[in-house]
Design a protein around this ligand. Structure first.
Ligand SMILES: [Zn+2]
Length: 158
């Protein structure tokens, strides 16, 4: 059995918050606002896995009113979603994700993100693609107001 899922996630960028993507702390003047650590990339991938399982979205499983998830490490959240998938006998074939952020440039951090995520997803880093784009100065991404991520995941029971 093959299952496919799509996910996306957006956080506002604000002063006084860390910027964490794929479990990597990225030096930045502004960080992502949110209840957990606001790791947009992990959230998009977790959302895609939940989509493949037909299990609703991230907010259903990790309500932002729940103190348990305050400043939570989103790699742990991703791990919980993988636990759900494993319970269904599903594992990851590959993930393709795109992060959109105007600055800083993410390329130096992409390999570390892929390593962190692939460890949680129990696949080779070669099965986790992370791409970085800017908003070319346009819209809320281009103006540095937000960070957003999209992810597609393919899962198999074989
Ligand atoms: Zn999020």
């Amino acid at each position: 059995m093959l299952r496919i899922g799509i996910g996306n996630d957006t956080h506002r960028l604000v002063d006084g918050r860390p910027l964490i993507l794929g479990g990597v702390h990225i030096p930045s003047e502004r960080g992502a606002a949110g209840h957990s650590d606001a790791d947009t990339l992990c959230h998009a991938i977790a959302d895609a896995i939940l989509g493949a399982l037909c299990e609703g979205d991230l907010g259903v499983h990790f309500p932002d009113r729940d103190p348990q998830w305050k400043d939570a490490d989103s790699l742990q959240l991703l791990s919980r979603v993988m636990w759900l998938a494993s319970g269904r006998g599903l594992h990851i074939v590959n993930v393709d994700a795109t992060v959109m952020l105007e600055s800083p440039k993410l390329r130096p951090y992409v390999l570390s993100m892929r390593e962190n995520i692939s460890e949680i997803l129990e696949v080779d880093p070669g099965c986790v693609s992370v791409k970085a784009k800017t908003g070319e100065g346009l819209g809320e991404i281009g103006q540095g107001l937000a960070v957003t991520a999209q992810a597609v995941v393919l899962m198999t029971s074989v």
